[in-house]
Design a protein around this ligand. Sequence first.
Ligand SMILES: [Ca+2]
Ligand SMILES: [Ca+2]
Ligand SMILES: [Ca+2]
Length: 345
Amino acid sequence: MKALNSIKLFGLLITVSLFAFSCNSDDDSGSQTPPTNSTKLFASNNTDGNITYYDVTDASNITTTTLLTTSLAADGIFYDADNDVVLQASRSGFNLEAFTGISALPNNTSIVSALIGTVDMQSPRETAVKGNIVVVADNADVDGDMNTLDGRFFVYESNGTEFTLRNTITTDFKVWGITFIGNDLYAVVDADNELAVFTNFLNNTSDATLSASKRVVIEGIVRTHGLTYDLNSNTMIMTDIGDATNTQDDGGFHVISNFASKFNAIADGGTLAVSDQVRVSGSSTLLGNPVDVAYDNATGTVFIAEAGNGGGRILAFNNIGSGGDITPTLNNTLSAASSVYLSKD
Ligand SMILES: [Ca+2]
Ligand SMILES: [Ca+2]
Ligand SMILES: [Ca+2]
């Protein structure tokens, strides 16, 4: 099984199949979890744009592999284990780039993108993948007026050889982290403490300006950035960067168990009480500006891309329990870490 949305995306690119729109998170719904052979955490960064992955299958013997890209900065990393393809959004080329056959490559190999996207974006951040579609959240100001809140989602479609822009959705809040749950796109409301959802997001096939279907205040968060959802455990995790100018010690993350029923019970504009969440924060956590998060339900591990503390780190937390000032169980330096993605196969 895959973490999050199980995707046959890149298999499609190479061997065009009829699975294009049938492979979604539904195949994660079984109660039986097959044994995991390998668990890898992929990370991007804004210092050199290289791709780093950590084999975290054995927490006591974690190996690190860095693959050298021509990008100078990148975000929105995603990995398709079935087809051994890694994808990221280049913040120097302003396009998507995907690399195939990467798992056998030794550390510090220079890699060349097998698939690239058209150059449309200004400030790409997180990606969300579904079928042969890749959505990228772009946090550049849209209308030239920094006082009006706005953001864009660029919707790319793979035709097997490249990613072409299908359409662009402009919205009325700043964007950053995004993830699909089924057909619905969940998006953090950047510069704020809200979670938004666009139901049946991909049904919007033309360029359009769109408000969220619903927005909910996540009490206790100052400024959210990253989010991840685990379908098997129905757990949503969101990061809190606090004040962006404090890069060292005012960040945290919130774990929201039984997410679907909690979120669905709240009306548009309502609040999810902090008492219905578990918050991890404090000086021991090394959380200053945690910008992205991934979750391994099998081990109860929360992985964080920390952009600020110590210059940037990849952190992991276990035994979350009731939260608080928890010391990370993994602390690897990664300068200007920007995103993480967990893959299990
Ligand atoms: Ca604006
Ligand atoms: Ca901060
Ligand atoms: Ca991510």
